[in-house]
Design a protein around this ligand. Structure first.
Ligand code: E4P
Length: 217
């Protein structure tokens, strides 16, 4: 399963990239706002750091403007995936932009039928939002399972990109179900390394080692 980082924070991307943990990056208008940077400038900088797909989202709502914005964003670098919302116009833009040879990430997916349409429109990635479904008491992981089954039934190439990840458990569940990619905030990815028994065990080893009076270097 590939790891994408859900942020436009250059420092956070660099830190995880040095660890070899960044297979790609996703951004959205809220994350660009949070970065305080110009969308073109910050996206260009991210693309120069990361080899994998970097999602940059259109903000227009009609298909022809989305296509124009998508074409402009795609010119930033060859690893841009144009992100379009899962609306009828977004699907039309997806069809056009993929036929022009661009990668397209269809975002704001909340149902299996929406994911089916995105695959039919040639999406490179479909982004089901797990956390936002959980927020309204619908199990987001059920949606990942449904899409996995549907895409496997019909051998669609569209990659399932588990999005709106809030907890490490979301990542475990996505890996078990077989999502192709997850995109998570940097702090959630770092939490994957944490376990209370690791901390407890290390504390004990450190104490016992001090009692030996030895040094390795
Ligand atoms: C995905 O591409 C989105 O940017 C992101 O995962 C949304 O997450 P949120 O629901 O935590 O804002």
């Amino acid at each position: 399963m590939k790891f994408f980082i859900d942020t436009a924070d250059i420092q956070a991307i660099s830190e995880l990239n040095e660890m070899g943990l960044v297979d790609g990056v996703t951004t959205n208008p809220s994350l660009i706002m949070k970065s305080g940077r110009d969308i073109i400038e910050v996206t260009k900088e991210i693309c120069s750091l990361v080899k994998g797909p970097v999602s940059a989202e259109v903000v227009a709502t009609d298909a022809s403007s989305m296509i124009k914005e998508g074409e402009k964003l795609a010119k930033i670098a060859s690893n841009i995936a144009v992100k379009v919302p899962l609306t009828w116009d977004g699907l039309r833009a997806c069809k056009e932009l993929t036929s022009e040879g661009y990668m397209v990430n269809v975002t704001l997916c909340f149902s299996a039928n929406q994911a089916l349409l995105a695959a039919k429109a040639g999406a490179t990635f479909i982004s089901p939002f797990i956390g936002r479904l959980d927020d309204i008491n619908i199990d987001g992981m059920d949606l990942i399972s449904e899409i996995r089954t549907i895409y496997d039934n019909f051998e669609f190439d569209t990659q399932i990109l588990g999005a709106s990840i809030r907890t490490v458990n979301h990542i475990t569940q996505c890996a078990l179900i077989g999502a192709d990619v997850i995109t998570a905030p940097p702090n959630v990815l770092k939490q994957l390394a944490e376990h209370p028994l690791t901390f407890k065990g290390l504390e004990l080893f450190t104490k016992d080692w001090a009692k030996t009076g030895q040094k390795i270097i």
